[in-house]
Design a protein around this ligand. Structure first.
Ligand code: T5A
Ligand code: NA
Length: 218
């Protein structure tokens, strides 16, 4: 069918949050909703575990491979750069992209390790120049609540102390000027429907801005 947004670029929507905050669940719901309204949609997730770099990341996250903190950080970033051109082109073709995690996760998870030579600024550097989102929805959840959800504890970073530091760093990004996109916080502790409704509110504001040519990024 004809794109609803023909002649106009799509919006770049990023869903961020702690492990188990419901990012994948909500990204899928949002995709279905926007698609049913006639938008052209593509989805993306990071890490993309399908590429050769993604396979190295997967092996690290499953504790099958050990890596220096800087090395794994740069692989996560490279994994995004692998998709950068595709993101630009897809937006230009009028598709809205819904992306499950992006460089915000990249920065905060690495900086949360408290490695003295891996500051938040160092962590940000390799991602400079990647396509900028029009909106970032941050799903905020108490690590205690996250722990109660299915599957928690299987992967490398799924430990309460780490998640607590990650949350503090995410919330810190909200107060930092110049960290690009408009970051919107949604309480992820409510029901799937309630959280979904809040996300749609935020995203509709952004879609309107993009349609009016008023979103400065993307
Ligand atoms: N990472 C990632 C980095 O260190 N650097 C980087 O640059 C990047 C991109 C893997 C790890 O990699 C790190 C961060 C991570 O530690 P991942 O592949 O995104 O990243 O992780 P996953 O394990 O796939 O996903 P998450 O654990 O983050 O889960 P989601 O997607 O937030 O949550 P979801 O939707 O799968 O839901 C989890 C469970 O909760 C339930 C769901 O049914 C499911 O069982 N649930 C709810 N329960 C109650 N109420 C709600 N509102 C619920 N919503 C979902
Ligand atoms: Na996920």
């Amino acid at each position: 069918k004809e794109p609803k947004t023909i002649g106009q670029r799509g919006a770049f929507i990023v869903i961020e949050g702690l492990d188990r905050a419901g990012k994948t669940t909500q990204a899928r719901r949002l995709c279905d909703k926007l698609y049913s309204e006639g938008h052209n949609i593509k989805t993306l997730r990071f890490p993309d575990r399908t590429s050769p770099i993604g396979k190295m990341i997967d092996s690290y996250l499953q504790s099958q491979t050990e890596m220096d903190d800087h090395v794994i950080h740069l692989l996560f970033s490279a994994n995004r750069w692998e998709k950068a051109k595709w993101i630009e082109e897809t937006l230009q073709r009028g598709y809205t992209i819904i992306c499950d995690r992006y460089y915000y996760s990249g920065m905060v998870y690495s900086a949360a390790k408290h490695n003295p030579s891996l500051s938040l600024d160092w962590a940000r550097a390799p991602d400079i120049g990647l396509p900028r989102p029009d909106v970032v929805v941050f799903l905020d959840l108490e690590p205690e609540e996250a722990e109660k959800r299915g599957g928690y504890g299987d992967e490398k970073y799924e430990k309460k102390e780490m998640q607590q530091r990650v949350r503090e760093l995410f919330l810190g990004l909200l107060k930092t000027d110049g960290h690009e996109a408009d970051m919107k916080v949604v309480n992820a502790g409510e029901s799937v429907d309630a959280v979904g409704g809040r996300i749609v509110e935020k995203v509709e504001e952004t879609l309107k801005k993009v349609a009016e040519g008023k979103s400065g990024v993307g």
